[in-house]
Design a protein around this ligand. Sequence first.
Ligand code: ZN
Length: 295
Amino acid sequence: MIRNPPPWPNNCKCAVSITFDMDADSLIHLEHPSDSYRRVSTISMLRYGPEIAIERILNTYERLGLQQTFFIPGWCVRQYPDVVRRIVSGGHEVAHHGYLHENPIGLEPAAQADIIDRGIDAITDVAGVRPRGYRAPLYNFSDHTFDLLVERGFEYDASLMGDDIPYLLSSNQHELVELPSHWGCDDWPPFAHVPDLKYEMPVRAPSAGLQGFFEEFDAVYQWGGLFVPVWHPFVTGRLGRWSQVDRWLASIVEREDVWITTMANIAEYIRLLHRQGKYEPRIDTLPYYSRPVTD
Ligand SMILES: [Zn+2]
């Protein structure tokens, strides 16, 4: 089913990296800049992430001996510095996710560069490490994103959806590891209902919503792929959902043939295999198009 699955380390059958995008209340301030402060209930729902869910998630990871990746907008890093330090002190990775969760599509290159630089500065100041990976807010990797990431020494991107396994993005003699995911592994469609953000979905029961993720994992396990759920602390970190994820994760750890690690470790491993000539990742050359396709 997968043409060229990577040889995962220690004879593991597949790789898993659970990614949490800790957007917190950046979303409401971006969407409603003039009156976000009046929308107290929505802010409380979004703050549930850093205030309540993160500790629960970190406790599960600590019990199971896992290190995972958190993509955090720079504004959230500065707004919730203690939470970020707790994440780092657990051995987890903090990666880049914009500044105030700005949508890169439509931004001029200079404006997008400024946002990326402010995000790098925030993570470096608070977490004490420079981010190695990037996920565009809303997955909106723009036609400038590749160059901006390469210029700043990023090692991987996690915004694209072009494969079931890691691959390389290539442009102008430069390469970046892509660790793809897709909307079927994102928790907004089954669980998020945020009228203030014009996102209204019928919320599914924890078991029904999570079943989709677990089935995605089962296929990845069977065929040797990469499973990257894109979760949000205020969504999947809620009590009913995380109770089930906690049990599921424990069962995966028990198998001992699933490589569960940070995104940075997976990107580094793929680059190493490639450099040593032990594995040839697929290469996607950018840009796909450089002007509107009209005929
Ligand atoms: Zn986000």
